[in-house]
Design a protein around this ligand. Structure first.
Ligand code: NI
Length: 136
């Protein structure tokens, strides 16, 4: 089967604190460094979503961009933008590292997409860091 891909980037500003109850305060500081500071800190995340599938014979598209925007807006941006990730139910028992944010965004989006295969979610946390999750 032929597969074409469509990717799009979204901005998401959120704060977090990297801390796990599984470790002592000292071990948390040693593991996460400044990211363990109790007051937390913020990021302007760039979320890249890649959708793959056959090119629709009628529309000539893999997925309609407006459809993808709507799904990302309602399921991801409205939920996480300008929030503290630590307070989201998804991160009650998971450290909100960007690895885990990738997994969370992938899972939520996968469930919300009408059609089209979600190939991966890639998140740029800073100019120099990025994370990627491809599902199973
Ligand atoms: Ni951080």
């Amino acid at each position: 089967m032929e597969t074409a891909y469509f990717g799009r980037r979204y901005m998401l500003s959120a704060s977090h604190r990297l801390h796990t109850e599984a470790l002592s305060d000292e071990a948390n500081r040693a593991t996460y460094g400044k990211c363990n500071n109790p007051q937390g800190h913020g990021h302007n995340y760039v979320i890249e979503v890649l959708v793959g599938g056959p090119v629709d014979a009628e529309t000539g598209m893999v997925i309609n961009m407006a459809t993808l925007d709507e799904v990302v807006q309602t399921s991801i941006l409205q939920r996480f933008d300008h929030t503290n990730l630590n307070y989201d139910p998804l991160f009650v028992n998971q450290v909100p590292t960007t690895e885990n944010l990738c997994r969370a965004v992938f899972g939520v989006l996968k469930g919300a997409m009408p059609t089209g295969g979600l190939e991966y979610v890639r998140i740029e946390e800073t100019e120099n860091n990025f994370f990627q999750f491809h599902g199973e």
